[in-house]
Ligand binder design. Structure first.
Ligand SMILES: CC(C)(COP(=O)(O)OP(=O)(O)OC[C@H]1O[C@@H](n2cnc3c(N)ncnc32)[C@H](O)[C@@H]1OP(=O)(O)O)[C@@H](O)C(=O)NCCC(=O)NCCS
Length: 193
């Protein structure tokens, strides 16, 4: 009996998920499980009233990227299913951002020296911070690549691959993403570019 109990305790200890401690998880914010997080979650800072739906992978790579990198998600964001944030450098998501399912935001690339004996997966990371501007909406399956800053209230079309900065109040679409519309505050319309 005692042995069975001790064995049970040991198995539970071996199989228990790692304790996830965020740098901050604000009031009324929730990160649904299952998700992939690890000990780097201490550099993830989430504001108030933000929701992240299941199957997210949110990770930093301090050993191989910018050691002090943070992932910061603001207040009032709604981040849906299966999103991936790979933080070799800072990723900053400002307030009230909507992110649809299957979106990738990455602030890292692998070095790709084909003459090295080191496989690409182990070569050093090349990193550059990413910023998603306040109130923006990222459509389904959008991809945001390292070094990109999206301005305020941008819209990223479904399936777009964003390789360059996007100014405030623009809609971009395609691969590579191009500006298709810009908001005109004089006539209060989105206008084709
Ligand atoms: C980007 C988006 C908002 C633009 O909508 P819109 O302003 O009504 O755009 P339009 O339909 O007027 O299209 C303008 C042009 O952009 C093209 N376009 C629109 N969305 C595109 C996209 N995602 N990828 C590539 N091209 C796109 C259109 O084909 C059209 O091209 P054309 O001028 O050659 O005819 C919308 O198309 C989109 O992708 N929404 C995301 C939907 C989504 O992910 N929903 C999940 C809910 S959270």
């Amino acid at each position: 009996m005692i042995i069975r109990r001790a064995l049970g305790k040991f198995v539970r200890w071996c199989t228990k998920p790692p304790v996830v401690e965020y740098g901050a998880l604000g009031e009324n914010s929730i990160v649904h499980t299952p998700n992939i997080l690890d000990e780097t979650s201490k550099n993830i800072f989430i504001g108030n009233n933000t929701t992240i739906l299941p199957n997210s992978r949110i990770q930093l790579f301090p050993d191989r990227g910018n050691r002090n990198a943070r992932i910061t998600i603001g207040n009032g964001c709604f981040i849906t299913y299966n999103v991936t944030f790979l933080g070799g450098d800072d990723i900053t998501i400002e307030d009230n951002v909507l992110i649809a399912s299957n979106v990738l935001i990455t602030s890292e690339n692998h070095s790709i020296d084909p003459e090295s004996n080191i496989p690409y997966m182990d070569q050093p990371l090349i990193t550059a911070p990413v910023v998603i501007g306040e109130g923006s909406w990222l459509g389904e399956k959008a991809i945001i690549l390292p070094g990109v800053t999206l301005g305020k209230k941008c819209v990223i079309g479904a399936g777009s691959v964003v390789t360059k900065n996007v100014p405030d109040y623009c809609i971009v679409a395609g691969n590579p993403a191009k500006i298709i519309k810009k908001y005109n505050f004089n006539n209060h319309q989105w206008e084709r570019v």
